[in-house]
Design a binder for this molecule. Sequence first.
Ligand SMILES: NC(=O)c1ccc[n+]([C@@H]2O[C@H](COP(=O)([O-])OP(=O)(O)OC[C@H]3O[C@@H](n4cnc5c(N)ncnc54)[C@H](O)[C@@H]3O)[C@@H](O)[C@H]2O)c1
Length: 260
Amino acid sequence: MGRLSGKIAIITGGAQGLGEGIATVFAREGATIIITDLNDKEGQATAKKLGGHFRRQDVIVEAAWESLLADVEREFGGIDVLVNNAGIGNTGRAQDPEHTTLEDWQRIHRVNSEGVFLGCKHVIPAMRRRGGGSIVNLSSIAALVPTPFITPYGAAKAGVLHLTRSVALYCAETKSGIRCNAIHPGQIRTPMHDILVRQIAEREGLEESLVRGEFLKKIPMGEFGSAEDIGHAALYLACDESKHVTGISLVVDGGMDLSQ
Ligand SMILES: NC(=O)c1ccc[n+]([C@@H]2O[C@H](COP(=O)([O-])OP(=O)(O)OC[C@H]3O[C@@H](n4cnc5c(N)ncnc54)[C@H](O)[C@@H]3O)[C@@H](O)[C@H]2O)c1
């Protein structure tokens, strides 16, 4: 307990799913949490439940990052941890390289890759003013393996991996005291994952339980991860125990990557 005592942490897309799991662990460990999301209702409810704060934010809008960080510095005295978690998955249309629309490609890259870039870009000066900090970016196992049926998603998450390493080296070489690391979740049951299962089931004319069972077969440890599993990985990267760790890819996937 208390591994994040005194730390101010922003978690984007924290209304539900992995962001909520991360916020739950951070709050339990003593952080002051600021959840941001497009979804006001869920975001406010989650923040209230965890004793944290909520701010409406669209991660793809640069001006929203500027005002969020200015407000947080003014209200809380600075920012120690940013978790770039907000992301989108399936658009409901085909996402193979032959049939993906340019619009879908751009939309997925804007949220999953550009949103993370904007977060890193604007939090660096704020963390430098604080004397350092930790940035945690949500990539995916999809960044590490070819993704023929979710190609824009995999490419955007691979972009997050590269960005993370560049930010980490930049921040280390400029002696900013800022670390930047990526987490690569495998299959974690969240609203995003449930939608993916439903869409595959509808497309293939199968029962959802059958599709879920097929996903499960790909996880050597035999069970889906939980949002709190990702929360615990983020906790390690956010707290001072990882003070010598930057630019890493922390894979949390029940062994999936081993069996690809
Ligand atoms: N669930 C998994 O198995 C899994 C696996 C690998 C990676 N991830 C990644 O983890 C992150 C969280 O995934 P999840 O499963 O919890 O998804 P989710 O859809 O359940 O939750 C994502 C949250 O992000 C918010 N959001 C979406 N676009 C936003 C925007 N432009 N600005 C602000 N908020 C926005 C949504 O409103 C939602 O509350 C994503 O980046 C996702 O790609 C998830």
